[in-house]
Design a protein around this ligand. Structure first.
Ligand SMILES: CC(C)(COP(=O)(O)OP(=O)(O)OC[C@H]1O[C@@H](n2cnc3c(N)ncnc32)[C@H](O)[C@@H]1OP(=O)(O)O)[C@@H](O)C(=O)NCCC(=O)NCCS
Length: 173
């Protein structure tokens, strides 16, 4: 796939994106939200190969710099649905690129016949759910303490709530 927006090209990953992918994934090793604690330099090669063959990960390329600054995830789910996710290189946050890319991909998915797009995040990840709202997804649910990705100092699971956001192809966005 290939989508062009004002400032971005959203497309399948290519092997030449290896260093850009490594750059933004290595930034997230210690991050609380969307962290990749097991990721390291040695895993970049396998990750870029996997993404080049994936139908769910799309590279977000900044036209001006010909640089991949992140990815949109569009996971294949039951009942003609897709689960949306996004990660950007932290040097490119808060410039509107996340919402520009996500909106274009959601519109593209609907143009391909997808019925529903949904996304989930913790209420603590304000940028993430603000991005969902900015592109027109509606908050459908708040699940109570349904996930745990971190432990406290005593080793007990820290549970987070989850916001579920969604849009139907028939919605006006
Ligand atoms: C989520 C993410 C992709 C957003 O990308 P971004 O390009 O920084 O987002 P945008 O610039 O398009 O901003 C989207 C909205 O976030 C909100 N936002 C931006 N800056 C903000 C700030 N300083 N305070 C609060 N909200 C803010 C705004 O509502 C903004 O919309 P607006 O421009 O109308 O104000 C990016 O923060 C990211 O990669 N985060 C780490 C990975 C992650 O957490 N992914 C989601 C996992 S569920």
């Amino acid at each position: 796939m290939r989508i062009e927006t004002e400032r971005l090209i959203i497309r399948n990953f290519e092997m030449r994106d290896r260093d850009d992918l490594g750059e933004y994934m290595l930034q997230r090793v210690d991050k609380v939200f969307e962290g990749y604690p097991d990721f390291n330099e040695d895993k970049i090669e396998d990750e870029i190969k996997y993404r080049c063959g994936s139908e769910e990960f799309f590279a977000v390329e900044l036209k001006d710099e010909h640089k991949v600054i992140g990815n949109i995830y569009l996971g294949i789910r039951d009942f003609n649905s897709k689960e949306l996710g996004y990660v950007l290189n932290e040097n490119y946050h808060l410039k509107g690129y996340g919402s520009e890319a996500a909106k274009a991909v959601v519109q593209w998915a609907f143009s391909q016949g997808v019925h529903r797009v949904f996304a989930e995040c913790t209420p603590l990840n304000i940028y993430s759910w603000k991005t969902m709202e900015k592109i027109g997804l509606k908050r459908e649910a708040e699940l109570r303490q349904n996930v745990s990705f971190h432990k406290d100092e005593a080793g007990n699971p820290i549970y987070w709530d989850t916001y579920v956001y969604g849009a139907l192809s028939t919605d006006t966005m």
